[in-house]
Design a protein around this ligand. Structure first.
Ligand SMILES: NC(=O)c1ccc[n+]([C@@H]2O[C@H](COP(=O)([O-])OP(=O)(O)OC[C@H]3O[C@@H](n4cnc5c(N)ncnc54)[C@H](OP(=O)(O)O)[C@@H]3O)[C@@H](O)[C@H]2O)c1
Length: 265
């Protein structure tokens, strides 16, 4: 008999010996024609904050960091907003030998393609995103980006794509059509996440809830944006899996998109 949980696709994910779910090889639906399937991953404190002293460092355990790399293992592209690249120096590497071997066995590149979205073009050109020679990377800019900044980016050897119109869907379209990406992993930050959630473009949201309370007024939460949210604009999700880890005291949550509008209306 099919249980209600099974009928709704809620499942108990495969676990490994470290007490966490195994995200190395997710069974994901096919990508639409005009964008990759979109995963978003964040680590957040128990009071809903994603930054301490200006970065995410200190929020997640080594188990959470491994999970992040397992999620990368599923992705063709890993993308950040420019502010995260400036503060955290992001790279798309999966790092662990077992994950690299899995990717190679599937005929994929050793690491996903790195991507960043920036309007200003003000990026750390001496950072690993630009100097790393073991992964490909692309910079998405807008028509407002100063030409000299674009030239400087191109001089690093990285591709720089200028997007017109509605920039975020245009970026996803480029990933799908020009990079052949079927899965993109968005690793924040909150502004980038907000752009995607507002347009209903996040298919799955992976959230690690850490056993720490940060406090502070105005500290960033996982999703930001300029608009005043209303009950009609909130993004609704359903839970796919929730796993508690007694070792790290973290909770690993996986949600799937449902649509817009508040619960119970
Ligand atoms: N806890 C976590 O899991 C986690 C994960 C990631 C990041 N973080 C933290 O989040 C903070 C950064 O987040 P954030 O929300 O400030 O910034 P963000 O989302 O990382 O980046 C925002 C920037 O992306 C570019 N951008 C986004 N949408 C754009 C659009 N439609 N058109 C053109 N450019 C666009 C702009 O770059 P330009 O300014 O260059 O124009 C914008 O300022 C950092 O402190 C980081 O440590 C935490």
């Amino acid at each position: 008999m099919v249980t209600d949980r099974e009928a709704r696709g809620v499942y108990d994910p495969p676990m490994d010996e470290s007490g966490k779910p195994d995200y190395t090889s997710l069974d994901l639906p096919p990508a639409p024609d005009d964008r990759p399937y979109v995963l978003t991953n964040m680590v957040m404190s128990a009071d809903g904050k994603v930054v301490i002293e200006g970065t995410e460092r200190g929020l997640g355990s080594i188990v959470d960091q491994r999970l992040m790399r397992e999620l990368r293992n599923n992705a063709d592209v890993v993308v950040n907003g420019a502010s995260t690249l400036r503060t955290s120096g992001a790279s798309p590497r999966v790092r662990d030998d077992d994950l690299v071997a899995l990717r190679e066995a599937r005929g994929k590149s050793r690491h996903p393609i790195g991507a960043v979205l920036s309007g200003s073009g003000d990026l750390p050109l001496d950072g690993v995103f630009f100097t790393g020679d073991d992964f490909d990377a692309v910079v998405y800019l807008t028509e407002q980006t100063p030409a000299e900044r674009r030239e400087a980016i191109l001089a690093t050897g990285r591709d720089a794509i200028v997007l017109g119109g509605d920039v975020v869907p245009a970026m996803l379209l480029h990933m799908r059509r020009e990079l052949g990406a079927e899965v993109v992993l968005v690793e924040g930050g909150p502004s980038m996440n907000g752009e995607l959630f507002r347009r209903g473009l996040v298919d799955e949201y992976f959230l690690t809830l850490g056993p720490v309370v940060v406090g502070g007024n105005g500290t960033l939460s996982a999703v930001a944006g300029p608009d005043a949210p209303t009950l009609d604009t909130v993004s609704r999700m359903e839970i796919v899996s929730a796993v508690g880890n007694p070792e790290s005291s973290e909770l690993y949550l996986r949600y799937r998109r449902l649509g817009f509008g508040a619960l119970g209306r």
